[in-house]
Design a protein around this ligand. Structure first.
Ligand code: PXP
Length: 252
């Protein structure tokens, strides 16, 4: 069964715009869960621009929702993860000047350090996911460092989908989707779990949900944006229905 992980960072973005206490991302997580989210993702950034340490701690202590802690593979973040023990840690590259995560982790160029990070997290019984571009070199490197999950970056696919007028059959969209499909096959053939995310929304999610073997989709911005108008529970319910129906209708 395909799962939906909801990223609630942007609820904290609104709160931080006023440096106040509302809206509360923990409350958003509970609402998302009631709408059908299978898990919650928060990205504790080094600059703490949205999610704060206290948010992660409260999510862990006040709820029983499966938590995916998105983080840069730094000593500080690994220490926090080992203390709070989320179900999953997702390693991403982090740039101070980026608006959002811009690309996958370049595992191939820094294998030794990442292998140590994965070992520390796995030693604390945390499932380790790595966010990678759909590139066979990165998939192989992910297996070598001991990751058990790869989240494939769907941003370029989402960009192609939007820029080609949401034409699912355009050559650019088909080419980007094929890269994700091939990466998914390689990930699974190496015994890792295949997740995907970034830039997915209510228009472009179905072809990704239909890919063979995809286990979880991680979606934030589109769901929080819709939640402003229809509420978090309903926004999640609509997304969950889209992905579950698409996965059911997929051949094989
Ligand atoms: N996956 C990763 C690794 C991300 O960094 C993000 C954005 O925080 C997402 C998924 C969700 O992306 P979006 O907000 O575009 O749905």
């Amino acid at each position: 069964m395909i799962e939906l992980g909801v990223n609630v960072d942007h609820v904290a973005t609104v709160r931080q715009a006023r440096r106040t206490y509302e809206p509360d991302p923990v409350w958003a997580a509970v609402e998302a869960h009631l709408g059908g989210a299978d898990g919650i993702t928060v990205h504790l950034r080094e600059d703490r621009r949205h999610i704060q340490d206290e948010d992660v701690r409260r999510l862990r202590e006040l709820t029983h929702i499966k938590l995916n802690l998105e983080m840069a593979p730094t000593g500080e973040m690994i220490g926090i993860a080992c203390r709070l023990k989320p179900e999953m840690a997702m390693l991403v590259p982090e740039g101070r000047h980026e608006v959002t995560t811009e690309g996958g982790l370049d595992i191939a160029s820094r294998e030794a350090g990442l292998k140590e990070a994965v070992a520390r997290l796995a030693g604390a019984a945390i499932v380790v996911s790595v966010f990678i571009d759909p590139d066979p070199r990165q998939v192989e490197a992910a297996a070598r460092i001991g990751a058990s999950v790869c989240e494939v970056h769907t941003g370029p696919y989402a960009h192609a989908f939007h820029s080609r007028g949401r034409d699912e059959e355009s050559a650019a969209v088909v080419a980007e989707l094929d890269k994700i499909r091939a990466a998914g096959e390689a990930i699974r053939s190496l015994g890792m779990r295949f997740n995907a995310g970034h830039g997915l929304n209510y228009f472009n999610v179905e072809p990704v949900a239909r890919l063979p073997g995809v286990r979880e989709l991680h979606i934030g911005h589109a769901i929080v944006s819709r939640a402003v108008f229809v509420g978090m529970r309903e926004a999640v319910r609509e997304m969950k229905r889209l992905i579950v129906d698409a996965a059911h209708a997929a051949p094989g």
